[in-house]
Design a protein around this ligand. Structure first.
Ligand SMILES: [Zn+2]
Ligand SMILES: [Zn+2]
Length: 108
């Protein structure tokens, strides 16, 4: 799917390092496309938080998929427990704070 102005997407809020606030999906509307051929999925967003609204430009897309690290990583056993990311490039499936994605399908 290609982003276009006016589409509703999710913006991922930043969680606090201490966990007081978790990273969460927020409703957002695409306000502009980057027009940058190197970053076609970068967009401007109007983000709707429960307590207010803000505008953000040049927001990166993140599909939240697990990143596979290098296969010869000596710590593969630790991937996922306790590691949430690894120097080999592996990262657990998660949406990064400050990025956008298409809304998840919700079971009826
Ligand atoms: Zn979401
Ligand atoms: Zn690794």
């Amino acid at each position: 799917m290609k982003p276009s102005v006016g589409r509703t997407v999710h913006y991922v809020s930043y969680g606090t390092p201490g966990g007081e606030y978790a990273s969460e999906c927020r409703a957002a509307i695409i306000t502009e496309l980057s027009g940058d051929p190197d970053h076609p999925n970068q967009v401007g967003l109007a983000v709707f938080n429960p307590t207010g609204m803000f505008f953000n430009r040049a927001v990166q897309y993140d599909d939240g998929a697990e990143q596979l690290g290098t296969p010869d990583c000596p710590n593969t056993i630790s991937h996922g427990d306790p590691f949430r990311y690894c120097t080999c490039g592996w990262r657990e499936a998660a949406y990064a704070g400050g990025t956008w994605h298409w809304p998840e399908r919700v079971a009826e």
